[in-house]
Unconditional design. Structure first.
Length: 108
């Protein structure tokens, strides 16, 4: 798959997940059960049914893009829940303001 198509698909999936999850925050808050996920998975609340929510374990894997206020703030990639490769932070003009190569960074 072409990098541009992969990135567009990832952005659309992230946007759909964000919009869907935002609509069910109150349902999630009113339900007291929390699940424990084995590392590197993290618990995530998503919509379920017509008005419910589900909490599932997910492992971040693949491209990551974070945007807000009309511009991309951060780009990077996950491999099985771990940040990998070069991650870049951007200003409003699209200039790189910080860069970390997680393949070269010592493990904590």
């Amino acid at each position: 798959m072409e990098v541009g198509n992969c990135l567009r698909s990832s952005l659309m999936l992230a946007l759909v997940e964000c919009i869907s999850a935002c609509g069910n925050k109150e349902d999630a808050k009113s339900f007291a059960e929390n699940i424990s996920c084995p590392p590197p998975a993290v618990a995530q609340i998503e919509p379920w049914g017509k008005s419910g929510a589900q909490e599932i374990c997910k492992i971040k894997h693949g491209p990551f893009v974070a945007w807000e206020a009309g511009y991309v703030h951060l780009r990077g990639s996950y491999t099985n829940g771990e940040k990998t490769g070069v991650w870049r932070w951007y200003d409003r003009s699209g200039n790189v303001v910080e860069e970390i190569d997680y393949d070269k960074k010592p493990k904590e």
